[in-house]
Design a protein around this ligand. Structure first.
Ligand SMILES: Nc1ncnc2c1ncn2[C@@H]1O[C@H](COP(=O)(O)OP(=O)(O)O)[C@@H](O)[C@H]1O
Ligand SMILES: [Mg+2]
Length: 426
């Protein structure tokens, strides 16, 4: 039976989810709220913000939406899933209580300590002077994190003590992240490659995705401030099938079990960010949603019907599902506005997307775009994700970069070294 679906969010992740859902033989009407300049090609645009729970629920009721899928962290942390469920609406995503695993890094760290999940050594502070004393005792390099949601900007990887002291001041005394900085996690600095895991969970069973890798810092060679993510590759060649199974057993399974034991089963997408450090794999954080831009590469590789998977997840029947992937690799290059993650201008016309999509294997996902007087313009820090698939990682990257060069807008900036470290380490 066909089912009408509402996707909540307006970034590259949601465009990729809509793009994949649209391919389901069971999809009826597909809505996206609020969507962006690209989602309208595959979904009907609904001009309601992601935090307007009541209006979204009314829309879902009115349109007889059979499944609502929540993309971003903020509505999940704010309890949108509980709100929909209380109204008797079918919704995919973790409850507010379960989403704390992302919304409170302090909660996640305590959970990992309790469940024996390998993570960077840490302490949690609410008092600035105590945090300062600890940081001074530990010395640099050291990592200071606002515990709450901070748009990917609340983490300070500090190479010197002065940087760490400044970070504590900004978070705890200047309240740069408001209440998100009421608690602070100070943790051990870890070297090594990062890997993103994605596990779809219905609270009892889970299915693991192939390992992927994001590139957080804005500059090439991992320099400059952290962003929401500048580009992704999957699968990450350094993580063998055996390593993936080990990470499943040491990270994903015990975490989901610990959540269940606490009475807050995690149903949705659990996304651990991991460092493959010289001491062994260590979890940096958990996210309670699909990664952005990880989703853009996963949707290119996923063979199984996404709607079937998410439906089974909502019904607690994930154990009956298998997940299949296309062979080969995918890459996604983020084209950002000049100045991002700092201040940047919006409203520049975008051209060349059709040409880019003529490159074999390429698909362009929109993130910060909008239509203005019928023309596509930039409307955010991360503007587009240019994705491509290929038989090898080098092939996928080559196609993605060729396509990325064909897109134009004033101030276009992108990293030219996405996936390079993974290629060189092979
Ligand atoms: N302990 C650590 N050692 C080294 N780098 C870290 C550490 N923790 C975080 N980072 C870096 O900072 C980035 C952001 O940290 P993370 O905990 O994932 O927070 P968020 O994604 O919420 O900003 C990570 O992707 C990683 O590059
Ligand atoms: Mg992260």
């Amino acid at each position: 039976m066909r089912i009408d679906v509402l996707v909540i969010g307006g970034g590259g992740r949601e465009h990729a989810l809509c793009w994949k859902l649209k391919q389901s033989p069971r999809i009826g009407k597909l809505y996206c709220a609020p969507g962006n300049g690209g989602t309208r090609a595959v979904a009907e645009q609904v001009p309601i913000g992601v935090m307007e729970f009541e209006r979204l629920a009314l829309f879902a009721e009115e349109k007889h939406v059979g499944l609502t899928i929540v993309g971003p962290d903020d509505p999940l942390a704010g309890g949108i899933v509980d709100h929909f469920k209380a109204r008797g609406l079918r919704v995919w995503g973790p409850s507010k209580a379960a989403a704390r695993i992302e919304a409170s890094k302090a909660f996640a760290k305590e959970l990992m300590r309790e469940a024996g999940v390998p993570t960077a050594a840490f302490e949690v502070f609410t008092d600035h002077d105590k945090a300062l004393a600890y940081v001074r005792a530990q010395g640099a390099p050291i990592v200071v994190k606002a515990s709450g949601l901070a748009l990917g900007k609340g983490v300070y990887v500090c190479q010197t003590l002065a940087e760490a002291e400044a970070a504590l001041k900004e978070i705890m005394l200047d309240h740069l992240f408001k209440d998100a900085g009421n608690e602070v996690v100070v943790e051990e600095y870890l070297d090594g490659q990062e890997v993103s895991l994605h596990a779809l969970s219905d609270g009892s069973s889970h299915l693991l995705f192939p390992p992927s890798q994001d590139h957080k810092p804005v500059g090439e060679g991992d320099t400059g401030p952290n962003t929401g993510g500048m580009g992704t590759i999957a699968p990450l060649p350094q993580v063998s099938e055996g390593m993936l199974q080990e990470l499943d057993a040491s990270v994903v399974t015990p975490t989901l079990e610990a959540m269940k034991k606490r009475g807050v089963p995690f149903a949705g997408l659990l996304y651990p960010g991991i460092k493959l450090s010289s001491k062994g794999p260590r979890v940096l954080e958990f996210n309670a949603r699909f990664g952005d831009p990880e989703t853009q590469v996963y949707m290119r590789l996923l063979k199984t019907d996404l709607l079937d998977l998410l439906d089974a997840c909502v019904d607690g029947e994930l154990g009956t599902q298998t997940i299949e992937w296309h062979p080969g690799f995918a890459a996604n290059i983020v084209l950002a506005s000049g100045g991002y993650p700092g201040a940047y201008e919006k409203g520049f016309p975008i051209t060349g997307i059709e040409e880019a999509e003529q490159v074999e294997g390429a698909v362009v996902f929109h993130a910060g775009t909008a239509l203005k007087d019928g023309a596509l313009v930039t409307n955010g820090g991360r503007v587009l994700g240019v994705s491509a698939v290929g038989d090898t990682l080098a092939h996928a990257l080559d196609r993605a970069y060729r396509a990325a060069e064909l897109v134009h807008f004033e101030g276009k900036y992108y990293r030219r070294d996405i996936g390079v470290e993974a290629l060189e380490r092979r």
